[in-house]
Design a protein around this ligand. Sequence first.
Ligand code: M6R
Length: 349
Amino acid sequence: NKGKYEHYMQKEIHEQPESLTTTMRGRLKRGGSTKAKTVLLGGLKDHIKSIRRSRRIVFIGCGTSYNAALAARPIIEELSGVPVTMEIASDLVDRQGPIYREDTAVFVSQSGETADTLLALEYALENGALCVGITNTVGSAIARNTHCGIHINAGCEIGVASTKAYTSQIVVMAMLALAIGDDAISSQARREAIIDGLFDLPNKVREVLKLDQEMKELAKLLIAEQSLLVFGRGYNFATALEGALKVKEVSLMHSEGMLAGEMKHGPLALVDENLPIIVIATRDACFSKQQSVIQQLHARKGRLIVVCSKGDAAAVCPGGSSSCRVIEVPQVEDCLQPVVNIIPLQVCI
Ligand code: M6R
């Protein structure tokens, strides 16, 4: 039942603090006699060593599930040291792209039943890869046919536009990164900071959901537009792709998510005083590069909406509120920031 909400998507967006809590329940340990902070992923415990030893991790999915894997890619690379490549399921099958016995192929799918992803799974199994499923549906075809896996436990997603599954998928893959990297002393402090960040994440999501009204007002300003660009990079390239996908699917407006590093290689030609552009510029290692992107867009009189960390309005918008609109979100660990950053874009569609 939709309760006080107008539709299921809205309900699912607002239940994310709870769905994220369920996703993490029983899997993160903090304290105890050893005071150790650890992650326990029951469905993977017999395979984690093989994953660690694999030559490559290949993420395979479609749409939002692909975007979630893209958001998690950097932290998996950082904590595992294993190269990570990305495959859109249909494209992998079209190309009959290389998949080897030494690969770990990770299939990400909310439903666990997407035909393209299933065909890619069949293909990876034939090629001898270790196949891992990340799904929200117990007993689904992907859950049944992979060698091992993790359920995201986000609760049933009824809205066609995937929202709470996206954030839970990112959290599960962050936990996967922690589990694979669990044996490295050198990254222990980093892993513990991420675990602390995970415990606090539902509260931060609750905080950012309060932007609901502000985002609805922004949506009213954008509704008559023809097109919207979204620029992100690093952890938040995925936020740009996913934000634009939601705008297309739900608001039926043309929208493109773009890698900010590619802006000067073509897309800059589109920038003028009419086209609205969202720039994701929260604090992380890419922040100063995003500041410089914002300056270049300003120089072209771009109509900017900047998503930044709390307190950073002046740092991202030197000309003040007359030159751009700012949406401030709570800062979290860099690899978890995509979970927070997608929320304003979900609530404004
Ligand atoms: O069930 P899946 O995650 O495998 O579905 C894949 C895509 O069709 C899906 O994520 C789609 O892009 C979203 N519903 C868009 O909101």
